[in-house]
Design a protein around this ligand. Structure first.
Ligand code: ADP
Ligand code: MG
Length: 238
């Protein structure tokens, strides 16, 4: 579970093609990082996969099934938003439980899944606090917890650490990598931070103006960048 395929995907906003024609295969369990300069289409691509935007043409399949026209709730993907998307008036428990409540799950199952997520994320001691009483890193963990309880086929992260200070970012980066090793669930992670891309990814997708410039492991991109754009982005001194 967690295999995602994009075939000839295009996206236009008001006649402007932001994604001109894109093919991409993401394997089950991979940690894939989308990198590229601001405005190159990283968020749009993630939102297309999540179903938050409709494709203009092309197909998106998830685990071999055509998902192009499925609403977000039926794609079994969890988008992790930045921590400020938490509900300030709700406890950590209620914030994490929220998607399950919306899905109409019973209380016993909700409690079980929330407790499990809190344990995985070291949030058990903070479960009754509100977001305002937490550190930035703890808040980000709550946002991740809200995705974990849905047991998604893949997690989608859109620059989840960009709000955090440098020290916290390093810690959260390690936590997300650890989470991936533990859950072995497909993760797609958008960032413009080269260090995050190089240290977290199994596979890096370098985007430029909605096109894929190169796809490869961090080592491949570092040692064999296809052009100066990729080299400049990955930071090899070529
Ligand atoms: P990135 O996440 O890489 O910074 P985005 O995917 O947000 O880039 O944006 C890619 C391009 O699409 C930009 O030129 C942006 O202005 C445009 N764009 C994104 N969303 C919309 C929208 N809802 N309406 C019109 N243009 C949009
Ligand atoms: Mg973006």
């Amino acid at each position: 579970m967690g295999k995602i395929q994009l075939q000839s995907v295009t996206k236009a906003f008001g006649g402007v093609k932001v994604i001109p024609d894109l093919d991409l295969d993401i394997e089950n369990g991979e940690f894939v990082v989308f990198v590229g300069p601001s405005g190159c289409g990283k968020s749009t691509l993630l939102r297309l996969i999540a179903g938050l935007e409709d494709t203009t043409s092309g197909t998106i399949s998830i685990d071999g099934k055509d998902a192009t026209h499925l609403p977000p709730a039926q794609r079994r993907l969890a988008m992790v938003f930045q921590s400020y998307a938490l509900y300030p008036h709700m406890s950590v428990r209620k914030n994490i439980a929220f998607p399950l409540k919306m899905a109409g799950r019973n209380k016993q199952e909700i409690d079980k899944r929330v407790d499990n997520a809190a344990k995985i994320l070291n949030l058990a001691d903070y479960i009754d606090r509100r977001p305002g009483q937490l550190s930035g890193g703890q808040r980000q963990r709550v946002a991740i917890g809200r995705a974990i309880v849905r047991e998604p086929a893949a997690f989608l992260f859109d620059e989840p650490l960009s709000n955090l200070d440098a020290a916290l970012r390093v810690g959260m980066r390690l936590e997300i990598s650890e989470l991936h090793q533990r859950l072995k669930t497909t993760m797609i992670y958008v960032t413009h931070d080269q260090v995050e891309a190089m240290t977290m990814a199994d596979k890096i997708v370098v985007l430029r103006a909605g096109n894929i410039e190169q796809v490869g492991s961090p080592l491949e991109l570092y040692t064999k960048p296809r052009n100066t754009f990729v080299a400049g982005f990955i930071g090899s001194p070529k």
